[in-house]
Design a protein. Structure first.
Length: 116
């Protein structure tokens, strides 16, 4: 079983920045693609960004140029730097492998609220 602990969320004004962190309970990010997901109220969870074990990154169109995913395989961690935040970025953010594997369990997530 692999569990995740997300942190770094909070309330920020539009245009602001946050850096999310995710720590895995095992060395899974050195083996598989890591992903940051988010779920807004009333919506399905969506993949926001991913990074392969070769360091190749992908982003959903709505965050391209604003978000940056990175990882530290020694610390079993993945990060999401979010700049130029918009109200529509408000959601609970989660990390997991991409796609989620049978041995992984979703964490509690971290709430990001973008509001003036």
């Amino acid at each position: 079983q692999v569990q995740f602990g997300e942190s770094g969320g909070g309330l920020v004004q539009p245009g602001g920045s946050l850096r999310l962190s995710c720590a895995a309970s095992a060395s899974i990010f050195s083996l598989y693609t890591a992903g940051w997901y988010r779920q807004a109220p009333g919506k399905q969870r969506e993949l926001v960004a991913s990074i392969t074990n070769y360091g190749i990154t992908t982003y959903t169109d709505s965050v391209k140029g604003r978000f940056t995913i990175s990882r530290d395989t020694i610390k079993n961690s993945v990060y999401l730097q979010m700049n130029s935040l918009k109200p529509e970025d408000t959601a609970v953010y989660y990390c997991n492998t991409h796609p989620p594997r049978s041995e992984t369990y979703w964490g509690q997530g971290t709430q990001v609220t973008v509001s003036s």
